[in-house]
Ligand binder design. Structure first.
Ligand code: SAM
Length: 271
């Protein structure tokens, strides 16, 4: 589908195919003027999804605006990696950096009795996420909370799954990204000097919040898999991490299962 068709059908409030079969829609002078306005925004680099206010993820429609990161196809691989494993139907899930809520809402839809705690450091993002949860009718199973990673969470081992697509771009790489990315919140992109700031914090603390046999699933950036594999393995708390490639052959997802804590072994935070 061409972007011009998406923009025009968005304005006309119809499906793109209607542009070719409904003669009553065009040409309306007012519509033409507004269409020119949208084309101008697009030609300046504003992402199509922000202009039309929505984005597709795993076949579902999500409301987006400039307060949230636009869901990417790569993140669908994260969802698929999770669904390839035995996640309990009544799983309690923590989604760190929920953005527009695409991961939280999709998992709540796919895992029928799951409950999700979706957190983000950005309050405006959480507003959009809650709207999406309402639109997808799972607001009763997903709760939203403004938090900085695990800050303020009780140190109970209660989650069956911790999932995150955190900011993982190196600060120094941000200026070289395509102009479209410049419209997205820097909080969603900037992973600090080495790109690993948020990932490292999640990995360092995740096992304290996971049940025995629980899963940690992370989206990672290009060139980060060896370091992430090493850091997760060195903790000694997880079985061998699995790395999964994206559609371009880039290592994109790390998923690892927490080893059971046996007998008299106490969790580290209780020692
Ligand atoms: C790459 S976006 C991912 C959004 C969405 N989950 C997705 O997969 O499309 C990263 C998100 O992490 C949030 N974030 C950044 N730093 C954070 C922190 N310290 N604690 C919690 N959330 C954070 C950002 O506000 C942003 O919404």
């Amino acid at each position: 589908m061409k972007e011009s068709e998406v923009l025009l059908s968005h304005l006309a409030g119809c499906q793109p195919i209607d542009l070719y079969i409904r003669r009553d829609l065009l040409p309306l002078p007012d519509l033409q003027k507004r269409y020119q306005g949208l084309l101008k925004r697009r030609s300046k680099g504003e992402p199509l999804q922000y202009i039309i206010g929505s984005s597709q993820f795993m076949g579902l429609d999500f409301k987006v605006n400039r307060d949230v990161f636009i869901p990417r196809p790569e993140t669908e691989i994260l969802i698929e990696a999770i669904m390839d494993n035995r996640i309990p139907e009544s799983a309690f899930i923590l989604d760190i950096g929920t953005g527009c809520g695409n991961i939280a809402v999709t998992l709540a839809r796919f895992i029928s009795h799951s409950r999700v705690l979706a957190i983000d450091i950005s309050k405006p993002a959480l507003k959009i996420a809650a709207l999406n949860a309402r639109q997808h009718k799972i607001l009763d199973r997903v709760s939203f909370c403004q938090k900085d990673i695990f800050e303020g969470l009780g140190r109970k081992q209660e989650f069956d799954l911790i999932v995150s697509n955190p900011p993982y771009i190196r600060t120094g790489d941000l200026p070289a990204l395509p102009p479209e990315v410049g419209y997205e919140p820097s909080l969603a992109l900037d992973g600090g000097e080495d790109g690993l700031f948020v990932l490292t914090e999640i990995i360092r603390q995740a096992d304290r919040y996971l049940k025995n046999g629980g899963w940690l699933a992370l989206e990672i950036g290009a060139g980060q898999s060896a370091e992430i594999h090493k850091r997760v393995s060195q903790l000694g708390k997880f079985e061998v991490p699995k790395i999964i490639k994206d559609y371009n052959g880039i290592d994109r997802v790390m998923i690892a299962k927490k080893k059971p804590v046996t007998g008299n072994q106490k969790p580290e935070w209780k020692k």
